[in-house]
Design a protein around this ligand. Sequence first.
Ligand code: PMP
Length: 300
Amino acid sequence: MAHYYDKDTILYLDGALVKASEAKIDLYSQTMHYGYGVFEGIRSYRTQNGETRIFKPVEHYVRLERSAKLLNLPYTYSVEELIEATYQVLDKNNLQDAYIRPLVYAPANMSFVPNTESHITIQVWKMEPFLGEKLLRVMSSSYQRPNPKGFHIEAKACGHYVNSILASQEAKANGYDEALLTDMNGNIAEGPGANVFYEKNGQLFTPSLGNILPGITRATVFELAAGLGIQVTEKRITTEELKTADAVFFCGTAAEVIGWDSLDGSGFAKNWNDSLGRKIQKAYMALVTETSIKETINLV
Ligand code: PMP
């Protein structure tokens, strides 16, 4: 297992900075038993001038709030206070290149009735700078993403990740690096923790919103593509179509932008280094380590 904390690690819990080794949760929490909670996955980077900068913190904390509201969890935190708390936790742990995990969880409640309060924790751990060279061997999963008629699929809810774990474990057990899941109609949806794009004839394509998590990196890819003059189209995509792509990549906060080697063992027409995805990957890496800290100040 990865090493997330040691005896000195500090985390944020309901407004206080406390030692990870001493922090407690209630084992009767509704989140613990039913997966009824929401979370975020954020990253901070050491910028080119040596500062610590959280990438798109407003977008992540706005999504956390939306996820909580969609699940009917009490949510009383402001974007400003959570960004401030996150910088404090990073600082206390002397971390710059870090993964940041805010989690909103429910109190003791073994019934299904709504809660009158909730809790929040922010944990951080070291994330090695990205290498990005290794291409992924991806497997079409036998699992589909949760049906949006049964879940708020646009919420980043804890319980949804049972599906991600099953798919990822299946792919790895079969010798692949990662899984690709379809939606309830059998169309391409996303990876267990990343959105997917493919290149065909000089353009990029990605599944439309509705059956996927609206990724913040996905939105960033749209922005970068616009800046590079690359057209991006959202549409319904079949597995057969994806197999005829010139190149494919996953994108997500943790994955950043990462190219594919193959899908179910079949490769793609273009060399990754000549692909649009590679261009986007370079632009993304430059963006996340940019020195500007504009979005962390002057918050509304
Ligand atoms: N899809 C799923 C299912 C995810 O868990 C993630 C990671 N949060 C993503 C897509 C990518 O989202 P983001 O770019 O906001 O990290």
